[in-house]
Design a protein around this ligand. Structure first.
Ligand code: MLT
Length: 263
């Protein structure tokens, strides 16, 4: 589906179910198909909405600059357009950074949070230099080069060794994204604020999920969020890395379903 929000065409899925709205925000540099194993899995208990962030997937890119607030505002505009007042906001990695921004802007519209393979901290100085190097890489060599650099960090060694189909599909997902969207997102990632102070302000039920072998946002980041968010639960997914929802969809979906039944 497509809808016009804030001056651009946004691609999104909406299962239209009658349950609580559940918004799935993808990470970088991905699109809503990241959630293929989740979109239909909760149809009996949730109305699942999965947007393509600006520039990714089927969404157009209205301008070169964006911040996490920009992406959060885009999600808010989608909810407005769909007549949804509050929702469970779930984000994976950069989607989690956007969930924090959304919470800061519109806490009253957040019924619960799911923070998957993400972290609260800002980029370190070295991390920021790494974003600049990635911007150069994307500009000079395209999305395929970004995919080649990222996939080995995003999946477990076991998947890379023995699951060629999943490895190739993940590479394709990254490699087909637009270079302009990638560069815009890299600027937003580099300049994102530290969300650590937000953690103590979160007063909605929160589920934190992390792949035990996540090399990008490791378990210690998830534990730090669990310790700082009142009442938060942490689920550590075995045999999964940074994209826990695609490497272990059954276990990921099981912990999400269990959480959905309590909120
Ligand atoms: C993501 O998966 O969204 C990114 O890896 C996040 C990041 O690089 O900080």
């Amino acid at each position: 589906m497509k809808i016009k929000v804030r001056g651009f065409e946004m691609g999104y899925d909406d299962t239209g179910g009658a349950g609580v709205p559940l918004v799935l925000i993808h990470g970088y540099p991905l699109d809503r198909t990241l959630w293929s194993a989740q979109t239909r899995a909760f149809a009996d208990i949730a109305r699942v909405i999965a947007p393509d962030l600006r520039g990714f997937g089927e969404s157009t890119l209205p301008g070169a600059d964006a911040t996490m607030d920009t992406y959060a505002d885009d999600v808010r505009a989608l909810l407005d357009a769909l007549g949804i007042k509050n929702a469970i906001i779930a984000g994976l990695s950069m989607g989690g950074y956007i969930a924090f921004a959304f919470y800061r802007q519109h806490a009253h519209r957040v019924r619960a949070l799911i923070l998957a393979d993400t972290r609260a901290t800002a980029d370190t100085p070295e991390g920021k230099l790494g974003r600049d190097a990635s911007i150069t890489l994307a500009r000079d060599q395209g999305a395929g080069a970004i995919a080649d650099a990222m996939v080995p960090k995003a999946l477990t060694a076991q998947t890379l060794k023995s699951n060629r189909a999943l490895t190739d599909a993940t590479r394709d997902l990254l490699a087909r994204q637009s270079v302009a969207a990638i560069i815009t997102a890299l600027g937003a990632l580099r300049d994102r604020p530290d969300s650590t102070p937000t953690l103590a302000e979160i007063s909605v039920p929160t589920l934190i999920i992390v792949g035990v072998e996540d090399a990008i946002t490791p378990v210690r980041d998830a534990e730090m969020m669990r310790d700082a968010i009142r009442g938060a639960r942490l689920a550590i997914i075995p045999n999964a890395g940074h994209l826990a929802n695609i490497e272990q969809p059954d276990e990921f979906n099981r912990v999400v379903r269990e959480f959905l039944q309590t909120v």
